[in-house]
Design a protein around this ligand. Structure first.
Ligand code: GDP
Ligand code: MG
Length: 277
C-alpha cells in the first residue's frame, strides 16, 4: 500500500486542457458616462479593450436609452488564451429620468443565460458551449458623492433579482452583504479571511490611466495632478492593485463558478419549471 498513485497529476492535466481550450471571461461595466469605466478596463487589461468616450464638448451624443455594447478580444499570456468580453452600457444613469434604466441590462444578462440554456438542452450540443454569460458586473460610483444615489441602490437591488453579482458596495444597510463575494459562499476559514479583506476594502477607490510617467527611474502608469503623479499600481496611492488582484489573480475562476453554479442554475431551474408545468 505504499507508493505513488498519481492523483496530483490532475493539476497538470487541467493545466494542459486550459492551455488548449482557453477560457471565456465576461465583464459588464455600469455607471454614468465620464466616470472612467473604459479607461479602467483598458488599464486592467493593459490594452485598448474598451473604447474611451470622446469626452465633453465633442459631438458624441449620449444615447437616449441604455445601449448594450459588447466587444470581445483574445488576450494571451503565458500561453493561456482568454476571450475577454467587455459589456458596456452607455446611457446608464445619463437621462433626466433614469427609471427602469436597469431593464435593458437585466434583459441582456438573462438573454445570455437563455442562449446558454438553449445550447445545453440541444440534442446535438456543442462540445464546448460558448459562454457569453456576465461573470462580473463592475458598478461605478462617482468619487465626489458621499453616499450611494437612489439609482445606485435601486440598480443593485434589481440586478440581484436578475441573479447577478455586483462587485462594488457601500455600507448602505444590508446592501453591503449581498454583493460578491457573499459571506454565505465562504467555504472555510481561509476563504472567510481572504474575502473579509476584500469586503472591507469595497468599494474600491481606483484610478485608471493609459499614460506612463517616469517615477524613480521606472515607467509607471499614472495621472498627473497638481499634487504630483498618482501611480495607478501603487497601493499607497489607490486601490487599483487590490481590485486587479481580486478580479483577475484570485477570484476570476470563482466568479465563473458562482455564475454557473448559482446564478445560471437559478435561472435554469426556473425556466425548466416553467416548461414542465
Ligand atoms: P466612461 O464614459 O465611463 O467610459 O469614461 P472614460 O474612460 O471614457 O473616461 C472619461 C474621462 O475621464 C477621460 O477624459 C479620462 O481620461 C478621464 N478619466 C478616466 N479615469 C480617470 C481617473 O481615474 N481619474 C481621473 N481624474 N480621470 C479619469
Ligand atoms: Mg466608456
Amino acid at each position: 500500500l505504499l507508493g505513488y498513485i498519481g492523483i496530483d497529476t490532475i493539476i497538470e492535466q487541467m493545466r494542459k486542457k486550459t492551455m488548449k481550450t482557453g477560457f471565456d471571461f465576461n465583464i459588464m461595466v455600469v455607471g454614468h458616462s465620464g466616470l472612467g469605466k473604459s479607461t479602467l478596463v483598458n488599464t486592467l487589461f493593459k490594452s485598448q479593450v474598451s473604447r474611451k468616450s470622446a469626452g465633453w464638448g465633442r459631438d458624441e451624443k449620449i444615447p437616449k436609452t441604455v445601449d448594450i455594447k459588447s466587444v470581445s478580444h483574445v488576450i494571451e499570456e503565458g500561453g493561456v488564451k482568454m476571450k475577454l468580453t467587455i459589456v458596456d452600457t452607455p446611457g446608464f444613469g445619463d437621462q433626466i429620468n433614469n427609471d427602469n434604466c436597469w431593464e435593458p441590462i437585466s434583459k441582456y444578462i438573462n438573454e445570455q443565460y437563455e442562449k446558454f440554456l438553449k445550447e445545453e438542452v440541444n440534442i446535438t450540443r456543442k462540445k464546448r458551449i460558448p459562454d457569453t454569460r456576465v461573470h462580473c458586473c463592475l458598478y461605478f460610483i462617482s468619487p465626489t458623492g458621499h453616499s450611494l444615489r437612489q439609482l445606485d441602490l435601486e440598480f443593485m437591488k434589481r440586478l440581484r433579482e436578475a441573479g447577478v453579482q455586483t462587485a462594488s458596495q457601500e455600507g448602505a444597510g444590508d446592501e453591503r452583504h449581498r454583493v460578491y463575494p457573499q459571506k454565505e459562499f465562504d467555504d472555510d476559514m481561509e476563504d472567510k479571511s481572504d474575502n473579509d479583506k476584500i469586503r472591507e476594502t469595497m468599494p474600491f477607490a481606483v484610478v485608471g490611466s493609459d499614460k506612463e510617467y517616469q517615477v524613480n527611474g521606472k515607467r509607471v502608469l499614472g495621472r498627473k495632478t497638481a499634487w504630483g503623479i498618482v501611480e495607478v499600481e501603487n497601493p499607497n496611492h489607490c486601490e487599483f492593485a487590490q481590485l486587479r488582484d481580486f478580479l483577475i489573480r484570485s477570484h476570476l475562476q470563482d466568479l465563473k463558478e458562482v455564475t454557473h453554479n448559482i446564478h445560471y442554475e437559478t435561472y435554469r431551474a426556473k425556466r425548466l419549471n416553467e416548461n414542465g408545468g
